[in-house]
Design a protein around this ligand. Structure first.
Ligand code: NAD
Length: 295
């Protein structure tokens, strides 16, 4: 039987570590970390995600600043808010929930966030830092994938990793992180030829395709580790509908370890958002967050 990588439990540990880090920062005289969450419109899935992020932010002792704007908000108005948040000393992290309504160019908005407050790690400066392997804010889901892999792999050097999906939010950044750990990385996508043959060479498979059950048992070599990022709803809610991943979980008993869906990568994303917020707050207050004079 494949080992199950319990993302829910690992995420809980990360959140507890963040809460301890927040307490230590404030005990040393630092400011309480603050996260601004901006939601434009009322997309039901976004409302659920944002609600979860805000609740867990508060539980970790991080201040949460919620900005809910109507769906018809203009680009300039949103950019004005980002500008104010960039200047606000109480805000150390800024998260703009995607997708944005069609009249707003997400690229312009993400580019406007101060890179030091870019806790999603989507700003070109942070993308660049990731690609050259210097210190920056790393996107939350790929960071979560790496933290899960670290629970089962001690030494990444020379391992063959295959990433399925080349999105900017998961596939590309997770490939960069694996490369940074000296894996030999192949990034694949919808037009990749002979995908099963490529996956069969992998010691590590990270799949983020949004295609239910794409990775079949016969694609995965015995002893490989599978990180399933996919979240797909199959069937109707309340009528046997459920969430499934991009890997055919029940066919992967011969893997060394696999993440379940739900309960694998999903909970790690918010935990890593909190981790990034603490990191950003520490950096903005000086690396050692020394007590302020007179404090
Ligand atoms: P995306 O649609 O932006 O990109 C999907 C990528 O997969 C593309 O590069 C596409 O070429 C590739 N792809 C699609 N079908 C394929 C196939 N049959 N064979 C090979 N490649 C294929 O998606 P995304 O935003 O990266 O998200 C991917 C999945 O991960 C989705 O199910 C999404 O819900 C999930 N996701 C989960 C989390 C989380 O917190 N767990 C976070 C982000 C995304």
């Amino acid at each position: 039987m494949a080992g199950i990588i319990d993302g829910k439990a690992i995420a809980e540990t990360i959140r507890a570590d963040v809460a301890a880090g927040v307490a230590a920062l404030t005990a040393a005289g630092g400011a309480v970390p603050g996260l601004a969450v901006v939601l434009v419109g009322d997309d039901p899935a976004s409302l659920v995600y944002v609600g979860r992020k805000i609740a867990q932010t508060r539980q970790a002792g991080i201040r949460s600043f919620e900005h809910r704007l109507p769906a018809e908000t203009g680009e300039e108005e949103l950019l004005g808010l980002i500008e104010r948040l960039n200047r606000d000393d109480e805000v150390h992290g800024i998260l703009v929930q995607l997708p944005l309504p069609p009249q707003i160019r997400a690229e312009r908005v993400l580019d406007a966030i101060d890179p030091i407050k870019d806790v999603d790690g989507f700003h070109p400066v942070n993308v660049g830092r990731l690609s050259i392997g210097t210190d920056g804010l790393v996107p939350c889901t790929p960071l979560g994938c790496m933290l899960l892999l670290e629970t089962v792999i001690d030494d990444f050097r020379g391992l063959k990793a295959v990433v399925i999906g080349k999105s900017n939010i998961v596939g590309k950044p997770v490939a960069m992180l694996l490369l940074e750990r000296e894996c030999t990385v192949t990034v694949t996508h919808i037009l990749t030829r002979n995908l099963p043959d490529i996956v069969r060479t992998a010691d590590i498979v990270v799949v983020a395709a949004g295609s239910p059950g794409l990775v079949r048992g016969e694609w995965v070599k015995p002893g490989a580790v599978v990180i399933d990022v996919g979240i797909n709803r199959v069937g109707e809610p309340g009528k046997g509908g459920r969430l499934v991943g991009d890997a055919a979980f029940e066919e992967l008993g011969h893997a060394r370890a696999i993440t379940p869906v739900p309960g694998g990568v999903g909970p790690m994303t918010v935990a890593c958002l909190l981790r990034n917020t603490l990191l950003a707050a520490r950096k903005q207050q000086g690396a050692d967050a020394s007590p302020k004079k007179g404090a």
